[in-house]
Design a protein around this ligand. Sequence first.
Ligand code: MN3
Length: 210
Amino acid sequence: MYNDCYPFINFPLPYAPDALEPFIDTKTMTLHHDRHLQTYIDNLNKALSSCPRLQTWSLCRLLCHLPQIPHSLQETIRRNAGGVYNHRLYFELLQSPSANPPQGALTLAIQKKFWSLEQFQLQFQEAALSVFGSGYAWLVIKQNQLEIVTTANQNTPLEYGLYPLLVIDVWEHAYYLKHYNQRSAYIDDWFQVINWEAAENRYLSYRKET
Ligand code: MN3
């Protein structure tokens, strides 16, 4: 579903913009995808237009090999390729609210590591609240262990050799229209619209590769 090199395209959301109501509102989803993500795509394409050597590189390659990118472009590419990668993952890992509790290998691994889903949720919420300013909280695999980490701005876990499974965008544009400055209320609502099946698939494909 992704195109993975220059010129990058903003594919439509994999669900209707109102699919996450009442937890994440339609207007936020529309602006977040059609304007914020689009801007990262446009700026990434603009930066790559002057550097044919990088035009066949995938997003992951750009983000994992920043030192190989000309110095003058590094920060621009880091911000904008990061913005594209992080937002694509954020949207992919959301879905309409479901009454079904998560299940599968990832759920078992979370229970083993954090004792229970409730404990995991508390720790994840604490991490997401701790991000100062703009950034993300993640559930990642680090050396075969589940871990909760945060990143600032548009930094990605890929730069640190981590494999992301879940992500919440805590930039204010992700929640301000509905939740105002109440980041914790947004985090609670985000838990209602996690696409656990997509996270499970990421977990299984990681385990298959390693
Ligand atoms: Mn965002």
